[in-house]
Design a protein around this ligand. Structure first.
Ligand code: UDX
Length: 439
């Protein structure tokens, strides 16, 4: 199959490289000539484990090519994927669809025969209808099918998620050609027994938002439960395990922490809230999740000030991890941003270290000193805060850290270290949701 991928951002580049790895012929198109040149030279625009190798191998094999020329890229394609950005529109939180519609228009204008256009970008319900309208208006002469195929890739694990998905959702308006093309596109996944689920197009668009909003709700639920655990003297990790072993609930996404961030959950929950309001079917539970999560990030700053003894002025706080989660350099809506702001507002000086995120983070937190290692960050600090659970932070020499600090205060926002172990190393420990498991 010949597949064209419009947009070489996170989703487009990972999906394009994975499709090529399955043996399809893939052309990735992006307007940004600098980005295309960099990718061709082996420099990825994002940090994603394994991506540079996957792109390199498939490009060398001739299955994966890159271009800035969209009309050339869509020529003869069996399926054309739109994987451009849909940021939150400034002011009202609606998804900004201008890039999607611009791409759709340009694709349709360039077509030389029937085509299947697939929206992979996360788009609100009804976007496929609008893309179809654009297609009919501009090219009434052609049979153009518009399909929704949302992605469920986690940053840091995107290649594995693409190749071994829990499911693939494809929304169509019932066209046999569209269903047949999409079945062939995903046929290589048959071996991995991934369920390929065909639905209506609007349903597929909604499934994406429902999935992300549900996961964000699960996280927010356990985060509020963590606060209650602290208040009543219970332990949230045991609560998570205790409820998660119930198969109806499931153990995933029940880790209490500083609040969710990233490129998807904050944006998608907000967009779903707006859609619900627009259609007079408000999703109140998600409205609350959005508010609670926003407040939580800043509340983590107050938690740190409390651990410092209630006064942060003139003190130095060392942050370990600034990205919104490990194995990415993505800083979008990272809890660290609100935490730094809260600490600086309280008069503290902030030092930070992150294995991959410091280049992206530095301009977003200009007052923060970036350190060369976890040990360098901790040296002389009044508190050490674990913000992101990178593997590199899971087995630190706690004694060495504690003895190098002005005051050995550990605020573990991801509950990585057993309290007893950190205390034995000399730390005073603050966690999220209790004092640690009794077992
Ligand atoms: C998410 C979805 O998982 C993915 O399916 C979708 O396509 C895009 O959004 P991603 O944003 O890459 O992926 O990260 P994810 O691993 O889901 O984590 C999101 C946020 O939730 C992070 O800030 C993470 O720290 C937080 N989180 C996750 C928790 O606080 N607790 C958990 O138990 C799980």
């Amino acid at each position: 199959m010949k597949i064209t991928m419009i947009g070489t951002g996170y989703v487009g580049l990972v999906s394009g490289a994975c499709f090529a790895d399955f043996g399809h012929d893939v052309v990735c198109v992006d307007k940004d000539a600098g980005k295309i040149a960099a990718i061709e030279a082996g420099t990825m625009p994002i940090y994603e484990p394994g991506l540079d190798q996957l792109v390199g191998t498939n490009a060398a094999a001739g299955r994966l090519t890159f271009t800035t020329d969209l009309p050339e890229g869509v020529k003869g394609a069996d399926a054309i994927f739109i994987a451009v950005g849909t940021p939150s529109r400034r002011g009202d939180g609606h998804a900004d669809l201008s890039y999607v519609y611009a791409a759709a228009k340009e694709i349709v204008e360039s077509l030389d025969g029937p085509a299947v256009i697939v929206t992979k970008s996360t788009v609100p319900v009804g976007t496929g209808d609008e893309v179809e309208r654009i297609a009919r208006e501009l090219r009434p002469d052609l049979d153009i099918q518009v399909v929704s195929n949302p992605e469920f890739l986690r940053e840091g694990a995107a290649i594995g998620d693409f190749k071994r998905p829990d499911r693939v959702v494809v929304g169509t308006t019932g066209s046999e050609r569209a269903i047949s093309v999409m079945s062939q596109v995903y046929r290589p996944l048959n071996l991995n027994q991934a369920p390929l689920m065909f639905t209506g197009r609007r349903t597929a668009e909604l499934i994406k938002y429902a999935a992300n909003a549900f996961l964000a709700t699960k996280i927010t639920f356990i985060n509020e439960m963590a606060d209650l655990c602290e208040a009543v003297g219970a332990e949230v990790q045991d609560v998570s395990r205790g409820i998660g072993l119930d198969k109806r609930i499931g153990s995933k996404f029940l880790h209490a922490g500083p609040g969710y961030g990233g490129s998807c959950f904050p944006k998608d929950t907000l967009a779903l809230v707006k859609t619900g309001q627009d259609y007079d079917a408000p999703i109140r539970i998600v409205e609350t999740v959005v508010q609670v999560n926003d407040l939580r990030k800043r509340a983590m700053g107050r938690k740190i000030v409390k651990a410092l003894g209630g006064e942060a002025r003139g003190k130095t706080v060392a942050l370990l991890g600034v990205t919104f989660k490990p194995n990415t350099d993505d800083m979008r809506d990272a809890p660290s941003l609100a935490i730094v702001q809260a600490l600086e507002d309280a008069g503290a000086k902030v030092v930070a270290y992150d294995p991959e995120g410091m280049d992206v983070a530095a301009p977003m937190m200009p007052g923060v000193t970036m350190a060369g290692s976890a040990y360098e960050a901790a040296s002389g600090a009044d508190a050490l805060v674990l913000v992101t659970e990178w593997d590199a932070f899971r087995a630190l020499d706690l004694k060495r850290l504690a003895s190098s600090m002005s005051a050995p205060v550990l605020v573990d926002l991801r509950n990585i270290y057993p309290v007893a172990e950190a205390e034995a190393a000399g730390f005073t420990v603050t966690r999220v949701g209790g004092k640690g498991s009794a077992a």
